[in-house]
Design a protein around this ligand. Structure first.
Ligand code: MTE
Length: 323
């Protein structure tokens, strides 16, 4: 990013307590005999969830955890994941969580257009009721060399692709964030190429790991993390994870994304995590894990090489994949 990395890694006492609360909820479920792939009955938890959120989708969470996706490291305290954010629409610093509350997430709909059999505008609650929701723990590695381990709820992006019915011409999926200068004051900064746009190849979008997050820590995803829906592609740098999406466009042409428009040299289209390829201004060999405050080695494809490296066997021979 075009910003200075602040040294605000320290965990607060509160953060540790919040983490305890999240794990406790899970332990309660286990105690009720709901372990492994947790199929939580919403009624068991609806009281506590309703008390903590006015999001109309709150009754949907928590959802069953898919244990095929585990973080492999301690979970980041909820307090940190929800107060240390990048969301330039609300400010070019990490403390945007309060400002982001100005975002209105109902009514909200997403447009599916471009190379599809038929254009569709879908209401978010309709979409949520049609998608198979599950929880996955993902490692999340920012290009700024910090990382988190977070429990996202949501659905596999390939489910949305199925719903969209792309034509055979579709080669890329472009995802776009909302645009509203009234609430997102960062969008008044005309030198940024709003709206925030990201893209994936169709092969990436159809990969099991590509996920649309609609929840976080067993609750609806907070506004600062990209409510009501954001992308999560954990083998790529975090800037690919476009937030608060309103449009999915299937395209024959590769899009030029937000950061790529700003600085092609530093933020490329593929953005796959690679400890051996430096960002032009800093090393990517290690990262600060916000859960433990320790600097740890960065892994190739953020530790998901076994799952995704095959996507790039041919492309990798032709162009760099790691910017
Ligand atoms: N999406 C939008 N619309 N605007 C942004 O500024 N920042 C990106 C990504 N998605 C960003 C965005 C970056 S740089 C990162 S690292 C992640 O969001 C941060 O996600 P988090 O705040 O949930 O950790």
């Amino acid at each position: 990013m075009l910003i200075k990395i602040r040294k605000s890694w320290e965990l607060s006492e509160n953060a540790v307590l919040d983490e305890g609360k999240y794990l406790n909820r899970r332990q309660i479920l286990k105690g009720l005999g709901i372990g492994g792939l947790i199929a939580a009955s919403p009624s068991i938890l609806s009281n506590s969830v309703a008390a903590t959120s006015d999001d109309p989708s709150a009754h949907l969470y928590p959802v069953a955890r898919n244990t095929a996706y585990e973080g492999g490291r301690p979970l980041t305290p909820e307090k940190i994941a929800t107060t240390y954010n990048n969301f330039y629409e609300f400010g070019s610093h990490k403390e945007i969580s309060k400002a982001a509350q100005a975002l209105k997430i109902r009514p909200w709909s997403v447009l599916i257009d471009g190379e599809v059999e038929q254009e569709q505008q879908i209401d978010i609650d309709d979409l949520l009721s049609r998608m198979p929701l599950e929880e996955r723990i993902y490692r999340h590695r920012c290009v700024e060399a910090w990382s988190m381990v977070v429990p996202y709820s949501g659905f596999a992006l390939k489910e949305l692709v199925k719903l969209a019915k792309p034509t055979s011409k579709a080669r890329y999926l472009i995802m776009q964030t909302f645009e509203d200068k009234e609430v997102a004051t960062g969008q008044r900064q005309f030198w940024y190429p709003w709206p925030y746009t990201e893209g994936l190849s169709m092969e990436e979008a159809a990969h099991d790991l590509a996920f649309i997050a609609t929840g976080l820590y067993g609750k609806p995803i907070p506004k600062q993390n990209g409510a009501p829906l954001r992308l999560a592609v954990p083998w790529k740098y975090g800037f690919k994870h476009a937030k608060s999406l309103v449009r999915f466009t299937f395209s024959e042409k590769r899009p030029v994304s937000f950061w790529q428009k700003l600085n092609e040299n530093e933020y490329g289209f593929w953005a796959n995590v690679n400890p051996e390829v430096r960002h032009p201004r800093w090393s990517q060999a290690t990262e600060r894990d916000l859960a433990t405050n320790e600097r740890i080695p960065t892994q190739f494809y953020n530790g998901y090489a076994e799952e995704v490296a095959g996507l790039y066997t041919e492309i990798g021979k032709k162009e760099p994949l790691f910017k």
